[in-house]
Each structure stands twice: as structure tokens, then as C-alpha cells.
Design a protein around this ligand. Structure first.
Ligand code: E4P
Length: 218
């Protein structure tokens, strides 16, 4: 399973990259705004900087909602770096744009996916990645993991190549269950990845090993 960081924060991206387990980055307009990145030039520069830090796919989202606008933005974004993946919302023109960009050899990530039917359309259009938002479904009392399972089953049965990018991850269990269900990628914050490290028996076990070593070598 690949780990992507869901942030536009350069310090976090550097930290995760230094750990050696970072495979890519996903951003969205909210995450860019959170970092105070505004204005077209700054936005493009920021994406470029992210691509210089991490050697893996970097999702950059379009702002347009019409076909022509998405294509124009998508081409400009893709020209920035070979690792840019154009993130397109799951809307009618978005499907058309994914199909077009895919035919031009540009990688795409279909975002804001909340149903198996939407995921089926994204795959039909040839999206490189589909982003089901697990946490936002959980937030409205719908089990987000059920959606991952449904998509994984459909893609396996139908032989689609689109990769499942489990998004809107809120806790380590979301990552573990997504991995079990066959999602190829999990995207989340660094804090959630670091929670995978934690186990009280690891901490107490290490403490005992070090204490025994110190005693034996006193
Ligand atoms: C996915 O690519 C999105 O950027 C992200 O995972 C959304 O997560 P949120 O629901 O925590 O905003």
C-alpha cells in the first residue's frame, strides 16, 4: 500500500519524506488555503516545491467546474512536473475531463467520491485514482469502509486499473481496513500515520530490554 500525505504543509511533507515512507501527496483547495497559498503564481510555485520534495505522485486540484476550464487547468498543472496528478471533481464535466486528460496521457484523481456508482464512472473514464472519502461518510453515520469494500469488489471483478485512494482518513483503523480491503493508497495527515507506530507493549517491552541491558552492563 502506498502512503500519501494529505496536506499542503511543506514542513509535514519534509518530515514524512525523511521517514522514508512517503509515496506521494494529495492537496485540495481547502488545504492550500489553510497554508495561506493564494494567487495563481504562488499556487503553481507551491505545487512545484512539493514535487521537488517528494518523488511520487502529487495531486493538484482544478478550480474550474466546466469541461474547457478543467482541461485548461489540467494541462497547465500537468506541465509543471511529471508527477503531477490532476484532481478532478466527480461531476458530469469532470468525467468528460478525466476521459480527455487520460487520452492525453495525463494522470487524474477523481475526487469527492461517495458512492460505488460514482467510482464505477471514474474507472470507466480511465481515472488513474479514485478518491472515496471515508471520514466524511462516517461523519453522516454511513460506514465509509463499506464503500471501500464495494469499490474494491467492483474493480476486481471488472478488471479496472483505476487505483483506490482511500481519502478523508480520520484514524489508523481506516488505514488498516483500507489495506485489508485492497485500497492501493491511503492519504491522511502525518499524525494519523504516526499513530500506526503506537503500541503500549512496544513501549513497555523496550523499556524492559533497555533496563535489563543496563543492569547486565552496570
Ligand atoms: C482527498 O484527497 C482529500 O483531500 C481529503 O482526504 C479530504 O479529507 P477531509 O474530509 O479530512 O477534508
Amino acid at each position: 500500500m502506498k502512503f500519501f500525505l494529505d496536506t499542503a504543509n511543506l514542513a509535514q511533507i519534509r518530515e514524512a519524506n525523511d521517514l522514508g515512507i512517503l509515496d506521494g501527496v494529495t492537496t485540495n483547495p481547502s488545504l492550500m488555503a489553510k497554508e495561506g497559498i493564494k494567487g495563481q503564481d504562488n499556487v503553481m510555485k507551491h505545487y512545484k516545491t512539493i514535487c521537488e520534495i517528494v518523488k511520487g505522485d502529487v495531486s493538484a486540484e482544478v478550480i474550474s467546474t466546466d469541461f474547457e476550464g478543467m482541461i485548461r487547468e489540467g494541462e497547465n498543472l500537468a506541465a509543471l512536473d511529471e508527477n503531477i496528478v490532476v484532481k478532478i471533481p466527480m461531476i458530469k464535466d469532470g468525467i468528460k475531463a478525466i476521459k480527455h486528460l487520460t487520452s492525453m496521457g495525463i494522470k487524474t484523481n477523481c475526487t469527492l467520491v461517495f458512492s460505488a456508482g460514482q467510482a464505477l464512472l471514474a474507472a470507466k473514464a480511465g481515472a488513474t485514482y479514485v478518491s472515496p472519502f471515508i471520514g466524511r461518510l462516517d461523519d453522516i453515520s454511513q460506514d465509509g469502509m463499506v464503500l471501500i469494500a464495494e469499490i474494491a469488489q467492483i474493480y476486481a471483478v471488472q478488471g479496472f486499473q483505476t487505483q483506490i485512494l482511500a481519502a478523508s482518513i480520520r484514524n489508523p483503523l481506516h488505514i488498516i481496513k483500507s489495506a485489508q480491503m485492497g485500497a492501493q493508497v491511503a492519504t491522511c495527515g502525518l499524525d494519523t500515520i504516526l499513530q500506526l507506530l503506537k503500541h503500549p507493549l512496544t513501549d513497555s517491552g523496550l523499556e524492559k530490554f533497555l533496563a535489563d541491558h543496563a543492569k547486565a552492563n552496570a
